[in-house]
Design a protein around this ligand. Structure first.
Ligand code: GUN
Length: 282
């Protein structure tokens, strides 16, 4: 069994990006810029945003975090996004989710210029991805995809089972794997027999937020298991997969922490660099 080292994969990608940023700097006398908007005091969001900022700085991306109190008016956020859309020094804009209830997430996402939408959440990017056209790809599924491709170059005809149908992960994950000619099943809370679906999978991507949901007897021998879950329990952070049991059956499996998480951030930096490059050539 291979324990997939997400930290190492992310470090490799970041080293590559650092070189690219240095090259871009000498070519254009400018560096990619990432602006993150954070509303409120949600603790996990604060941690994510700190990590994003730190990682951006490590590779030479200019990063800025704009913080608003929980009660900020929606218009203030929308006006700021408009300003950032028009700012040439900003290559990528990310509005950290979740947002407070009085702010319309859809309006906020749609306000971002699709070419600066490093999350790939704008309908234009979602549509382009599902049509198989070039697009910004959401960071978590992109990270999962790269980890899978590191293990298995040719995914033709593989049966992938995705647990969770979110816009953040499940749906874009399905599009990425379809492009690779996988047969894709998306399962969710109303799926009748999740265990039976998983038992058919060559690849399982678990992203539902249910601690240790996927058990060893759900998993086909030599399957690849990608665990997107981050669940706080009395015994610490655990994923959506019962790592100890499943690792005895799987060919490869991501740990939690140290699997998908570091790759998500590295992919955000990758998307920021890509947005910068496209902006230079447009
Ligand atoms: N909150 C949790 N994950 C994400 C993400 O990938 N992007 C944004 N913008 N917010 C998040």
């Amino acid at each position: 069994m291979l324990k997939i080292d997400g930290k190492k994969a992310a470090a490799d990608l970041k080293a590559d990006l650092k070189k690219k940023v240095a090259e871009l700097k000498s070519t254009y006398n400018a560096v990619p810029g990432l602006t993150v908007i954070l509303v409120g005091e949600d603790t996990p969001s604060q941690i994510y945003v700190k990590n994003k900022e730190k990682s951006a700085n490590e590779v030479g991306i200019k990063s800025e975090v704009i913080r608003y109190p929980e009660k900020v008016e929606e218009k203030v956020v929308l006006d700021k996004i408009k300003e950032l859309n028009d700012n040439n020094e900003v290559s990528g804009i990310l509005v950290q989710l979740p947002l407070p209830k009085h702010i319309d997430k859809r309006k906020v996402i749609e306000a971002i210029n699709p070419s600066k939408d490093v999350d790939g959440f704008h309908p234009m990017n979602v549509g382009n991805l599902s049509s198989g056209y070039e697009s910004n790809i959401p960071c978590t599924p992109l990270g999962c995809y790269l980890l899978i491709k590191n293990i298995e170059k040719n995914l033709n005809g593989k049966h992938a089972v995705i647990i969770g149908r979110s816009n953040l992960n499940g749906k874009p994950m399905a599009q990425l794997l379809l492009k690779e000619n996988c047969t894709v099943t998306i399962t969710h809370s109303k799926t009748k027999d999740l265990k039976a679906e998983c038992a058919k999978a060559d690849i399982i991507i678990a992203a539902v937020g249910r601690p240790k949901l996927v058990k060893a007897d759900w998993v086909k021998k030599d399957a690849i298991i990608i665990d997107v879950g981050i669940n706080k329990t009395d015994s610490g952070l655990v994923g959506d997969v019962d790592f100890d049991g499943v690792s005895k059956v799987a060919k490869a499996i991501t740990p939690v922490p140290g699997g998908v998480g570091p790759m998500t951030i590295a992919c955000l930096l990758n998307n920021t660099v890509e947005c910068f490059k496209k902006a230079q050539s447009s």
